[in-house]
Design a protein. Structure first.
Length: 127
């Protein structure tokens, strides 16, 4: 129980201190902009997912420089989440920073949306 409480406290801290790539992607995901409700820094005990669409059992992870050398941990974490029925997709921070049109498109495809339909974020770009 104590560990679960610590995880929730940590998630709350992470929500308040998003990295720049997380902030940019959150702008694209929040407010049902892709037609699905996402949570940022979602607790999926014992883990904290960067973003999760629980209704679609989809987890989005952003991998930055701190993930170098953590491939085994990330693979085990992904396996555990998949065993719990989640699909995990990963993007690098560079993907988000340099391809902010492509990342939401890839998420839409993962959600099963028609990639040929008009992009739902068109005209809602952050200034």
């Amino acid at each position: 129980m104590k560990r679960h409480t610590e995880t929730r406290i940590r998630a709350k801290e992470l929500r308040k201190n998003l990295t720049e790539p997380e902030r940019r992607l959150w702008y694209q995901l929040r407010a049902n902009r892709l037609g699905v409700k996402f949570q940022k820094q979602a607790v999926l005990a014992p883990y904290i997912a960067d973003f999760a669409a629980r209704s679609h059992r989809l987890v989005i992870e952003l991998d930055g420089d701190t993930h170098g050398g953590r491939e085994a941990y990330d693979a085990a974490r992904t396996r555990t989440l998949e065993e719990r029925g989640y699909r995990v997709i990963r993007f690098t921070n560079a993907d988000v920073m340099t391809n902010l049109d492509g990342v939401p498109r890839a998420i839409l495809i993962a959600l099963g949306s028609d990639p040929e339909s008009p992009h739902p974020l068109q005209g809602e770009r952050e200034s």
